[in-house]
Design a protein around this ligand. Structure first.
Ligand code: ANZ
Ligand code: ZN
Length: 883
């Protein structure tokens, strides 16, 4: 064994060995009856997946964190005897590839595949237990063929459909823009004011699954925060549609509004409708100012997220509807805070009890009429604003026969009365909208539809799939190059054989990521998924960032349910457990010029002066001048505070990078990067190595001697007790995925071992105990730092003793008998004051305990202060010597 720990050589040699022996190749195995015993779930499959990366070109620390967590989980599960699959793939379609093409003139396909190659190499240098035979790239026709196939299935089942939808249109670049390409209402490239356009697009009926998506959240082992975000996004809301009758051009009609608060109906002082509401359009016909107002509203649009905060704007129409209960006229306004696509596109304005209505009423001096009162508070806007949105403790006032009813009771009573008069009905509303999947872009899955002048929209026949995306086109920012590609567009109609045109829209990339984790199970299947999917699914753990808490996870849950209903898979949820890893943060540093423009400096290139406590006093750039500190931020290009994982791997090795990341914070918490922390992790690994090097000969010599467990000398017993109680903690920490405390326990193990070796006799029996302890330490650390531990395991011949490399070494078992001690610790007091600790045999007699106490050096030091009056022994706890 080498004296010096050289991670770079050791790691690449080992990775090559793993690779050559295909040690991470997974296969489907039937569970043997003997394997099903809990708690280890021996023999059962364990399928853990990291959210697939976008091939941007290089790994960042967030990736490393995600994969290190997944790897730790996978390796430990394997040691517990589970059949593990950890795959990897590439979310390879999408806009960055098109942007790179525009910026650098390289085709999206070339750019993407080159990036995949370099990122894969980086992943391999991390030593991840990935089964690369199952690699999936979503831009591979063999993958997206099944997007197309399933889209056509959904079309047939009525889950996919075509409808006119609104897109952002850049009039200068003549192209549709994605939302993120619209910056302050202008196109990102042209700077032109973006217009809204109506075009036909394909949608998936996710709303049909809203109830199932909501209900099944409850049973998932997912973070509460993620579940709450999904619930919010779906936004189920139960309320009432209330009708306000009116006469228009001699006809009786009704304005319908959706409200969750019918108890406030008597407090309505106006109604507000969306700018695109049909009534608004009608009333604007002979009202040019209203027409102009509606036009400005239409142009700016209303993002749902801004409703609460945006400046409320409105205009009176001069038109009145009738209050359904009082019969009084209520004026109709057009308001920019009313969404056309929510509820009925109209609201009843209750400014006394709704925050948005209040802001609107204040601005336009509309009446504010309180109809709910809370005990002990006069109506004033300050006091009342505390109750916005709340019904708790409130009861009706100024509401005629409803006065005195609690809000809940009033809701029931008023709803009943409205229903009886035919002016209301109970209604459930969702925020969730159907999923529009058409994108007017090149680098995505072609939508497999052919447009024929005679037959209309014709699905591409199954045997003609995939519709292959030409991979040599060059986007230039002026629109979808597919729409200019004659070879792609021109085709014949599968129904009538006449010349026809291919659809040039591609699918939203969220389609690609909605089911890739199923394809991993059978990447070479000649159908979408085969029976191997039934073996591996659902994912036992899914790991990714919180930024995917809503869309990706909702879409893949939806997709899974549809695949289930179309009888392709047996599961209805993709993952039983979800781990959302925390972000990796680092300090930011900048200089500001006279115009207030900031230049960011990479912390790695700065020189720091620190005080004695290690706090930064000053940071200097390479020009010797100071830079300012901007605070901790997520590592990013824009703040130039990223650390390149490769540089850490090159300098310290993958094990150090992994250990630092897993040790520094619990997996779900933010992780603060620190170069001193990286060095500390590296030092620990060196100590681990040195221990094996220093004691290697003795430890190897002890191999094969079954470690005696009974009748050990006290110091050996203590060593076993310490190691096994730490192991017990480690086991608990592995279960709850708290690798940071696993590392602290491992550090304590090593400290204990070092202390033991320095103090104890080198008796042979002692080395058997040390050998056992060190083997536990190696196994506990292995899932986190596989290279060094794997190497040391072999170097000390544990692989011979256990007849396996660390990959399949049995997970160490806590020896409960080691935890019980033959000794007890008592507190030694003199005149009731604590003076020290006393160690006695567990079944020692009172006389023996007294004797030990009176001979204890802590007592002898002060024994001269007076004669001993008596000795009080509280068994198992205290000895008090009274002078
Ligand atoms: C009167 C009222 C009084 C309301 C009150 C609230 C509080 P959620 O819970 O999110 O479903 N609303 C209805 N349709 C709307 C639309 N198209 N655009 C903007 N706002 C709309 O919200 C339901 C409430 O949002 C409804 O209940 C309505 O205001 C408003 F003290 O009606 B409420
Ligand atoms: Zn045709």
């Amino acid at each position: 064994m080498q004296e010096k720990y050289c991670p770079t050589e050791l790691e690449s040699a080992l990775q090559q060995y793993w690779d050559e022996h295909q040690v991470y190749l997974a296969s489907e195995k039937p569970i043997e009856a003997s394997d099903t015993a809990k708690p280890s779930q021996k023999g059962q499959k364990f399928y853990c997946v990291s959210m697939l990366p976008y091939p941007s070109g290089a790994l960042h620390m967030g990736h490393v964190r995600n994969y290190a967590l997944n790897d730790a989980m996978a390796r430990q599960a394997r040691m517990q005897g589970r059949n593990v699959l950890m795959p990897m793939g590439w979310d390879a379609f999408g806009m960055p590839a098109e942007n790179a093409a525009i910026a650098h003139g390289v085709s999206p396909a070339k750019w993407t595949y080159a990036n995949i190659a370099s990122m894969k190499k980086q992943m391999q240098s991390l030593g991840l237990a990935i089964d690369w035979s199952r690699e999936v790239a979503t831009c591979d026709p063999q993958y997206y063929k099944w997007n197309q196939w399933f889209f056509l299935k959904m079309l047939k089942a009525g889950i996919a459909y075509k409808k006119t939808g609104e897109v952002n249109w850049d009039p200068v670049d003549q192209t549709v823009l994605a939302n993120e390409q619209v910056i302050d209402g202008r196109g990102w490239r042209s700077g032109a004011l973006v217009e809204k356009r109506q075009i036909p697009m394909y949608y998936l009926r996710i709303t049909q699954y809203a109830d199932a998506l909501l209900e099944e959240l409850d049973g998932l082992g997912w973070p509460d925060r993620v579940k709450a975000m999904q619930r919010n996004w779906m936004g189920k809301s139960t309320g009432v549609n209330v009708c306000f009758p009116y006469e228009l051009e001699g006809e009786s009609k009704q304005l319908r509004v959706f409200t969750t608060r019918p108890d406030t109906l008597l407090g309505v002082t106006f109604c507000a409708i969306a700018a695109t509401h049909p009534l608004a359009t009608h009333l604007a016909k002979n009202n040019p100012p209203l027409q102009a107002f509606i036009e400005t509203c239409r142009q700016t649009g209303t993002a749902e997220a801004d409703i609460a905060t945006q400046d409320k704007k409105g205009m009176a129409t001069g038109f009145c509807v009738t209050h359904p209960l009082t019969g009084k006229p209520i004026e109709v306004w057009v308001g920019n805070y009313v969404l056309m696509h929510y509820g009925e596109g109209a609201v009843m304005g209750v400014p006394a009890h709704d925050e948005r209505d209040f802001a609107f009423a204040q601005k336009y001096s509309l009446e504010i009429k309180p109809v709910i009162a809370w005990p002990d508070s006069e109506y004033s806007t300050e006091v009342w604003s505390e109750h916005y949105g709340s019904q708790e403790g409130g009861s009706c006032i100024n509401s005629g026969s409803y006065d005195g009813l609690s809000c809940a009771k009033a809701c029931e009573a008023i709803t009943e009365d409205l229903v009886a008069r035919g002016l209301g009905e109970k209604k459930t509303t969702w925020r969730l909208r159907d999923w529009g999947i058409s994108r007017q872009r090149y680098w995505g899955t072609p939508i497999p539809i052919i447009h024929c002048a005679t037959c209309g929209d014709v699905p591409v026949p199954e045997e003609d799939l995939p519709v292959v995306l030409p991979d040599n086109l060059m986007p230039d920012g002026s629109g979808n190059p597919l729409a200019q590609c004659a070879d792609f567009i021109h085709c014949t109609c599968p129904q009538c054989g006449a010349p026809a045109r291919r659809e040039t829209d591609t699918m939203d990339t969220f389609v690609d990521s909605s089911w890739y984790f199923m394809r991993y199970t059978c990447p070479d299947a000649t159908q979408m998924v085969d029976e191997r999917a039934a073996y591996w699914l659902p994912m036992d753990n899914y790991i990714g960032g919180i930024e995917h808490a809503i869309l990706h996870l909702l879409y893949s849950r939806f997709w899974t349910k549809v695949m289930h209903d179309l009888q392709l898979i047996h599961i209805t949820e993709p993952a039983t457990h979800l781990l959302t890893q925390g972000m990796v943060l680092q300090d930011t540093f900048y200089r500001e010029n006279a115009q207030g423009k900031k230049t960011w400096f990479n912390p790695g290139a700065l020189t720091f002066t620190r005080d004695e406590q290690g706090r930064t006093i000053e940071a200097l750039a390479t020009d010797g001048e100071p830079v300012l500190r901007g605070g901790l931020e997520k590592m990013s290009k824009s703040k130039n505070n990223g650390v390149d994982p490769q540089s850490i791997i090159d300098q310290y090795g993958a094990d150090t990078a992994r250990l630092f990341i897993l040790f520094t914070a619990p997996p779900t918490q933010k992780l603060e990067w620190s170069s001193s922390g990286v060095e500390g992790s590296h030092r620990f690994l060196r100590r681990l190595w040195n221990f094996a090097y220093t004691h290697g000969v003795a430890l190897k010599a002890a191999a094969g001697n079954a470690a005696p467990v009974a009748g050990l000398p006290e110091d050996q017993q203590a060593l076993r007790r310490d190691i096994h109680s730490l192991l017990k903690q480690v086991e608990f920490d592995y279960q709850r995925v708290q690798y940071n405390t696993v590392v602290s326990a491992a550090m304590k193990m090593l400290n204990t071992l070092e202390a033991f070796q320095n103090q104890s006799s080198n008796a042979k029996s002692a080395q058997s105990v040390v050998r056992e302890a060190y083997s536990i330490l190696l196994r506990v650390l292995y899932p986190l730092v596989p290279h060094i531990t794997h190497t040391l395991w072999d170097a000390l011949n544990y692989h011979v003793e256990h007849a396996t490399s660390l990959l399949d070494a049995p997970w160490p078992q806590v020896d409960e008998t080691a935890l019980v001690s033959d000794y007890v610790e008592l507190v030694l007091q003199v005149n009731g004051k604590v003076r020290g600790q006393l160690r006695v045999e567990k079944d020692a007699t009172r006389e023996a305990i007294e004797k030990t106490a009176l001979e204890h050096e802590a007592f002898l030091r002060i024994a001269t202060e007076g004669p001993v009056k008596k000795v009080i022994v509280v068994p198992g706890r205290i000895v008090n010597i009274v002078l």
